[in-house]
Write a protein that binds this ligand. Structure first.
Ligand SMILES: NC(=O)NCCC(=O)O
Ligand SMILES: [Zn+2]
Length: 533
């Protein structure tokens, strides 16, 4: 007789976004079938058994901000860095850190060959299919131009055929940013297709102007990257984008919000009843400007390992404000913004030294007999360092150690931020993001706190293809013990057990978060009622 379950998880403290209960979970055909206080011997006969030993059992992490296989043009004039992680290594790192679904980016460029968004998505999907993935994955589409015909004809196809219900737009980076009028065009087209607009909100002109002033004073070291992007840069851009979204009446999500000012603007918009959401990331809770100064010297480049945009907040008092937002719902989701540039690599952080030397001396220093030597000897320039830091694997353990263990957030809020809300925001719920009968059996099971030995993180323990972690030496108070993808144990007790072809592409529906908010038809603030008719 066929067994009732394929896999059972016994003795778990099962956490959803709303509840915690001592439950056992029965899994069949990749789906959660039953939650019960106990199972009889007969019921579990023939099933694989995991004893959670009283530890938290949560829905698998959904990381909705992961850069893989992408050439990221985050420097001036489109200078970019190369992603060191492909779908194999990036998803391996995800699964080892308790994440079962990632949403990555398919990125349009301004080249004519990238006019078609569908072709862009096909090209990125081919990169995923080439290696396979250890976790389920989807795409956001990054749109950097406002071709009316493409938006009109292709967004519906992306939505219907690919299940892509979110696009990311930039207010900074020369080769990606859109003007306000272009933003309105794309947001309008997105609204017609129930596509959520994600916004990278930094004022590109402020950054360029401040960068020039810093350069004139010879302030080039990595630390000055933060000074080129004070919180006002995000403050201005969030305010502006909120006004644009209010005009268009379409939900927006601010990606990687890192300042108290940005969070306050989001909160104000939410209090007005606008469908404005915000993502934040570990770097804004675990790093400050001080970390960018840790090794501060004109010829020490180590601090480039902490460079991301927006930068970490100035100090601990800003972080306190961000913690309030994490707690009170201002932040909707918590993602990694995993951006896998290597340090000791001419196409990674080291390009800040090599390109600077080239611009000063007219030629590249002899790359790279000993790049490491060069990195400790030569001055670099912050403006030439690719923006972004790795973190897909450390996302959940850092939130556990920094916020859950310390009582700053509840286990339910942990689940809401890391799984349930990303699923709802990006149209994956309740297939993903919860532990209801019928949901995909995507689980992360932690170690029982009583028996877990805290440890100090080293990059060698991680599974990405990056040669550093910004969290080297951080004390970890727990780590995922099991990661289960659609009923298959992918990661257990420090070992990858799954296969790189186990992950599947996931099609997504419209956002499920903005239902019930005041509709555009009522236009209570008289923005432009005639527009929505
Ligand atoms: N956030 C960051 O510094 N890098 C990733 C690319 C982006 O800016 O969105
Ligand atoms: Zn961004």
């Amino acid at each position: 007789m066929a067994s009732k379950f394929d896999l059972v998880v016994l003795n778990g403290k099962v956490v959803t976004a709303s509840d915690i209960c001592d439950y056992c979970i029965g899994i069949k055909d990749g789906k959660i079938q039953t939650l019960a206080e106990s199972f009889s011997e007969d019921e579990i006969a023939g099933a694989e058994v995991i004893d959670a030993e009283g530890a938290y059992v949560m829905p698998g992490g959904i990381d909705a901000h992961v850069h893989l296989c992408q050439d990221l043009k985050t420097g001036p004039h489109g200078l970019g860095g190369e992603c060191a992680d492909n779908f194999e290594t990036g998803s391996r790192s995800a699964v080892a850190g308790g994440t079962t679904t990632i949403i990555t980016f398919a990125t349009q460029t301004r080249g004519e060959e990238d006019r078609s968004l569908i072709k862009v998505v096909e090209s990125y999907n081919a990169r995923a299919e080439e290696t396979g993935s250890y976790v389920d994955y989807g795409f956001h589409i990054i749109i950097v131009r406002n071709d009316a015909d493409v938006l009109e004809t292709e967004l519906p196809i992306l939505k219907k055929d690919w299940g892509i219900s979110s696009c990311k737009l930039f207010l900074t980076y020369e080769t990606q940013r859109l003007t306000d009028s272009q933003l309105l065009d794309v947001m309008w087209a997105a609204r017609k297709n129930s596509i959520t607009t994600m916004i990278h909100a930094e004022n590109g002109d402020m950054i360029a102007w401040l960068t020039q002033k810093l350069e004139e004073k010879g302030m080039n070291a990595p630390y000055y990257h933060a000074l080129s992007r004070p919180p006002l840069v995000e403050g201005e851009a969030t305010n502006r984008a909120i006004a644009l979204a209010q005009l268009i009446q379409n939900p927006i999500l601010f990606v990687h919000v890192g300042s108290a000012l940005g969070a306050a603007n989001v909160r104000r918009a939410q209090n007005m009843g606008l469908p404005v959401y915000a993502e934040t990331c570990p770097q804004y809770f675990h790093l400050t400007w001080n970390d960018l100064k840790r090794f501060h010297s004109p010829t020490c480049f180590e601090n480039s390992k902490m460079i991301c945009s927006p930068p970490p907040p100035p100090d601990a008092s800003d972080q306190e404000d961000l913690f309030v937002g994490l707690h009170n719902g201002t932040f909707t989701i918590y993602s990694s913004d995993h951006c896998p540039f290597r340090y000791n690599d001419p196409h990674g952080k080291a390009s800040g030294v090599l390109e600077h030397a080239k611009s000063m001396e007219g030629e590249s220093p002899h790359a790279c007999d000993d790049l490491h030597d060069l990195l400790t000897r030569k001055e670099g320039s912050f403006k030439l360092i690719p923006n972004g830091i790795p973190g897909v694997e450390t996302r959940l353990p850092l939130l556990y150690s920094g916020a859950l263990s310390t009582g700053r957030i509840s286990p339910q809020r942990f689940v809401e931020l890391t799984s349930t809300n990303p699923a709802k925001l990006y149209g994956l719920y309740p297939k993903k993001g919860t532990l209801m009968p019928g949901s995909d059996a995507d689980l992360v099971i932690w170690h029982p706190e009583k028996t877990f030995e805290p440890f100090h993180l080293t990059n060698a323990q991680l599974h990405h293809n990056v040669d550093y972690t910004p969290y080297e030496g951080f004390k970890m108070l727990n780590w995922p013990r099991y990661t289960i993808l659609r009923g298959k144990v992918m990661w257990a007790n420090g070992k990858i057990l799954g296969k790189v072809r186990d992950g599947q592409y996931v099609k997504r529906g419209p956002s499920q978060l903005s239902q019930g908010l005041p509709g555009a038809d009522r236009d209570p603030r008289r923005v432009a009622a005639w527009l929505y008719e």
